[in-house]
Structures are given as structure tokens and as C-alpha cells.
Design a protein around this ligand. Sequence first.
Ligand code: NAD
Length: 231
Amino acid sequence: MYNNIVILTGAGISAESGISTFRDSGGLWANYRVEDVATPEGFDRNPDLVHNFYNKRRSELASVRPNEAHIALVALELNIKGSVLVVTQNVDDLHERAGSQNLLHMHGELLKVRCERCGEVIRTHESFNKDSVCQSCKRSGGLRPDIVWFGELPKYMDEISFALAGCDLFISIGTSGAVYPAAGFVQVARGAGAHTVELNLERSEGASLFHERIYGKATEVVPKYVKELLM
Ligand code: NAD
């Protein structure tokens, strides 16, 4: 029935795998200020604090697994006749570990660091500090998490805009709708004539912009919604 599906995911899809969402009280983020660990200025002020924050989150990936919601999106990609693009705001690797193929990490990836001296992006499970040496240019002090921080431009915006302009179904999963430009994708998709659906634990900030809204845990509502799409 649908030929071009774009799915936006946020921290809520990974919550039941055991990764804290941004807004979880008591989660990893509760002990840090966003300005300190998720801005370029925070990194300039205290690179070791920021490296430690992402080192912890990178090592946490070893103890979590994709859940039924990640897996359902793979089933959709494999079994629907049209195309499925997953655009994730998440920096974890659970979509790719579940098996998603057509996937864009618009906010970067925990398992990548970038050298600001030579531009090399390295995929890694290791930990870093402000003196770590780039394996490409052999210089120290230039490595940073390849994460899009507040005030920086998201990645793949051309590909995402192109996909949104051509989609006939847009599904938003587990995102609070508070972080732009992702929060504005629903309006772009609507403008393109797509049917728009929100699957979330609770109403997001932009809930009224969606044609259809289904609330519940991602591991319950996503597999159910995918099953209906595939019927
Ligand atoms: P958010 O924390 O702002 O919102 C999470 C949303 O998920 C909320 O609306 C919440 O109601 C919903 N949610 C929580 N548990 C859920 C569940 N079990 N099932 C379904 N929905 C559930 O996260 P966001 O909207 O993704 O934006 C915050 C920013 O923080 C993003 O830029 C993202 O890069 C970053 N972030 C990423 C991760 C990750 O990689 N897993 C984790 C935390 C934050």
C-alpha cells in the first residue's frame, strides 16, 4: 500500500533495551548538564569530561541488545515491496545490530570518533582522552566523538530532505519532538502528501501534527503496527 516509507526514531525506541532517554529522570543524562557534554563549547572547556561521558556510553553498548521494536523495523524493510529508510536521532548501534540496512544516523554515532586535525573518521569501541593519538595522522589532541552536538548541523540532511519529499508514509517512533530539525520532519512529510503516524509512550510536543497517534511501549506498539502494515 505504501511505496516510500520514512521512519524517524528517537531515544524512546532504545529505552527498553536499557539505554536512558534524554529526558529520563535518574538516567545517565541526569548527572550532566547538556551545555557541558553536548556542545562544542563544553568540549573546548573540558575535553576529558566529555570524552569520559561518551566513553561510558560507548562501553554501555556492549551490555545492551536490540529489542522487538528495532527488530520489527527490519522485518518491515525486508518484507514490504516499497522502500524503507530509517532516520535515527540515536547514537547507539541497535538499529544496525538488529539488521536495518537503509539507515542514517543524523546525530552521529557513539562508535565513531573524528580527528579534527586530519578529518579521519574512525570506527571504534575504545575509550579516549584529550591526549589520544589519531591512528591516521599520528597527532594527539584532535580526536572528538563523531556526535552532532547542540549548535552543530545534523548529518545527511540532503538525503533526508529528498526522502521526506518523496515519502507516502512517515512514522515517528520514541521521540519527544523537542529537538529540531528532526521535530519538523512531520510537517515536511505532510507537505509532501504523506500519511503521518506517531508511535510513542506519550504525546510528543508535535503530536497534533500527526494524522494517526498510537501510544504505548515501543516493544508493543511498533511490532503491532508493522504487522498491520504487512497484512
Ligand atoms: P527524548 O529523550 O527527548 O525523548 C524520548 C521520547 O521517547 C519521549 O517522548 C518518551 O515519552 C519516549 N519513550 C520513552 N520510553 C519509551 C518507550 N519504552 N517506548 C516508546 N517511547 C518511549 O529523546 P529524543 O526525542 O530522541 O531527543 C533527544 C536527543 O538525545 C536526540 O538528539 C538523541 O540524539 C539524543 N539521545 C540519544 C540516545 C540514544 O542513542 N539511544 C539516548 C538519549 C538521548
